[in-house]
Design a protein around this ligand. Structure first.
Ligand SMILES: Cc1cc2nc3c(=O)[nH]c(=O)nc-3n(C[C@H](O)[C@H](O)[C@H](O)COP(=O)(O)OP(=O)(O)OC[C@H]3O[C@@H](n4cnc5c(N)ncnc54)[C@H](O)[C@@H]3O)c2cc1C
Length: 370
């Protein structure tokens, strides 16, 4: 670093320390960034404090399927999932306009292999596909021993999405401080007055904890979040457009991107804060991908990675106020944080402004854990 850029960095750091914001968001993942944008658009001054680089944790590792109905979706979450899926096209459009970064929102739909009943699935356009219909939709796919359904689900590239959200946040005047690990929320007379990092204290009236799998590590409230590891593999096929649809099968899911990449995922592992991949798991995902789409045998492996989903004891997010006035939380989105980002931003902005949220958030209250 040159002396001049060092002085510039020190000066902007000092300015950030002296400033005060209405709201500080802890964590620059998709949840924190989307909420910061919503609050800023409602007129609040905002600082996002991020331990590393914004958008490099779970939101970077995600597949980006926008699954608004699944057998395992908790009934309490269904209204939020449905609303968020409907908000997605406008959510992405606005981020792209503000940031000029493409998030690759695709609406070709999903082919789901499943033996379970799907009569409640609003995205289902018809009954099981015939072999001929399946071959017309996805010629490269082999048939497997489960009925196949076509679903009107979208997908997005989470890396493009978080980059667009970061660009949009900065464009509309959200301050972002990277490389700052928050250790505690500062309270004065029991009310929020800022956040304490390893280097400094930032002052504000309200704080929102959006620290994903790490949310429970910030004093004074130990939210019961835990990391749930997911390993993934990214392939690139010499045949461009080999797959059009997201494929969800029991052994693996495949997510095509418009630039030719195909993601194969993902594991669900209780492995603590360990983000390493292992050869046996990546091989298993690769074999399952080839079993579904034999032409992937000719594909190159671009990358493999693991990310940490923010899990909670009951599998539901934690959304709303905490026991400390001015301190809020939006975390624990587990397998659905990309899908749930737009609705989380909307309802949390309403709660933080002291308004009645559009949806009942009782089931997601931090108080449910005592
Ligand atoms: C393999 C995999 C596949 C997935 N696929 C999908 C999918 O297809 N669809 C879907 O909807 N969801 C999916 N998810 C889930 C989704 O990625 C998460 O639910 C979502 O990204 C959570 O966003 P977040 O902002 O809460 O967390 P994160 O993206 O993890 O962001 C939290 C941020 O907080 C920062 N932070 C932590 N502690 C501190 C601190 N003390 N101080 C300052 N900053 C801090 C972190 O550095 C991080 O940047 C997947 C996840 C994984 C791992």
């Amino acid at each position: 670093m040159s002396i001049r850029s060092g002085v510039r960095q020190a000066r902007s750091f000092t300015m950030l320390r002296m400033k005060s914001w209405e709201v500080i968001v802890i964590g620059g993942g998709i949840i924190g960034l989307s909420l910061a944008i919503e609050l800023r658009k409602n007129g609040a001054s905002l600082l996002v404090v991020e331990r590393g680089e914004p958008g490099r944790e779970a939101s970077h590792a995600a597949g980006g399927m926008l699954v608004d109905y699944a057998e395992e979706t908790h009934p309490a979450l269904q209204p939020l999932a449905t609303a968020s899926a409907l908000m997605y096209p406008e959510f992405v459009r606005q981020l792209q306009v503000d940031s000029r970064i493409n998030a690759d929102l695709r609406d070709q739909g999903t082919i789901l292999f499943s033996s379970a009943g799907h009569e409640n699935n609003s995205g289902l356009s018809s009954g099981p596909l015939t072999a001929v219909q399946l071959a017309e939709l996805e010629p490269a796919l082999t048939t497997i021993d489960h009925p196949a359904f076509y679903l009107r689900e979208r997908s997005v590239d989470p890396r493009g999405l978080t980059a667009a959200a970061l660009g949009a946040a900065k464009h509309i005047g959200v301050d972002v401080s990277s490389g700052e690990e928050v250790t505690a929320v500062a309270l004065a007379d029991g009310r929020v007055c800022g956040v304490v990092t390893k280097k400094t204290t930032f002052h504000c009236d309200k704080v929102v904890n959006c620290a994903g799998a790490w949310s429970g590590q910030i004093a004074p409230h130990a939210f019961p979040t835990r990391p749930v590891k997911g390993q993934m593999l990214c392939l690139i096929s010499p045949t461009h457009g080999l797959l059009k649809h997201v494929i969800r099968a029991p052994e693996v899911y495949l997510i095509p991107r418009s630039d030719g990449r195909i993601l194969a995922g993902a594991t669900v592992e209780e492995a603590g804060f360990d983000k390493r991949t292992d050869v046996a798991t990546i091989k298993r995902l690769y074999s399952a991908a080839i079993a579904l789409v034999p032409q992937l045998r000719n594909a190159k492996i671009l990358e493999d990675w693991a990310g940490l989903r923010p899990g909670t004891p009951d599998g539901l997010p934690i959304l709303g106020a905490t026991g400390s006035p001015g301190y809020f939380v939006a975390t624990g989105h587990f397998r659905d944080g990309i899908l749930l980002a737009p609705i989380t931003a909307r309802v949390m902005a309403q709660v933080i402004a002291g308004k009645q949220p559009d949806y009942d958030l009782e089931a997601f209250s931090a108080a449910r854990f005592g």
